[in-house]
Design a binder for this molecule. Structure first.
Ligand code: ATP
Length: 175
């Protein structure tokens, strides 16, 4: 393909834009750990030998997402505040469970989004590909849907008893 053809110009511009975006992101987000793990270099890997090692791998993924993904940190903080508020308002255990599950679902979605982004980047690198865009946009859309649902759930379960607690509503709503 001749990259100087006029029809390729938009593609080149898009490629440059994505490349700049990736570079900017790489300046703010730490790269995955490259140090040795369990005595092995990061260029080798091993199947988890037991349940504890599996948990360690999972925890590594969670901490990686926390360190590198701003949205994951936001969800963590908001989720912690929502659960804390739920306890403060003496919500029933069922309502606390619903809030907890909803928050967990959002954070799990964010982890899957990060996983998909990593696999896409691993596959296409810095090059622009329409399927890479679709994969990343759909993964981001999935997170957005869950985040909106979590917000609605939290509003429905937390706001009525909060208004009662603040004395703004006197009827027995909520808890
Ligand atoms: N290789 C690619 N080819 C085409 N488009 C891409 C490519 N990489 C990223 N994009 C586009 O750029 C957007 C941002 O991609 P990026 O990998 O930076 O995600 P992000 O902004 O870090 O997302 P999140 O905030 O969910 O972590 C994607 O949603 C996609 O539209």
């Amino acid at each position: 393909m001749n990259l100087n053809e006029p029809s390729v110009a938009p593609l080149q511009a898009r490629l440059l834009s994505v490349s700049q975006h990736r570079s900017a992101k790489m300046n703010t987000a730490p790269e995955p750990p490259v140090s040795s793990h369990n005595g092995r270099s990061s260029s080798s890997w091993t199947v988890a030998s037991n349940l504890l090692v599996s948990f360690q791998y999972a925890w590594t993924g969670i901490t990686y997402a926390y360190k590198t993904q701003r949205n994951f940190r936001i969800h963590t903080v908001i989720g912690t505040l929502a659960i804390g508020l739920g306890f403060f308002l003496h919500l029933s255990s069922v309502k606390l469970a619903v809030i907890g599950l909803t928050i967990a679902a959002v954070m799990a979605m964010e982890l899957l989004n990060t996983a998909i982004e990593s696999v896409v980047d691993l596959t296409v690198g810095q090059s622009y590909h329409e399927l890479a865009k679709i994969a990343k946009d759909c993964a981001a859309g999935a997170v957005l849907i869950f985040a909106i649902a979590a917000l609605l759930v939290a509003m429905m379960l937390l706001i009525p008893p909060l208004l009662v607690q603040l004395g703004l509503v006197t009827v027995g709503v909520g808890t």
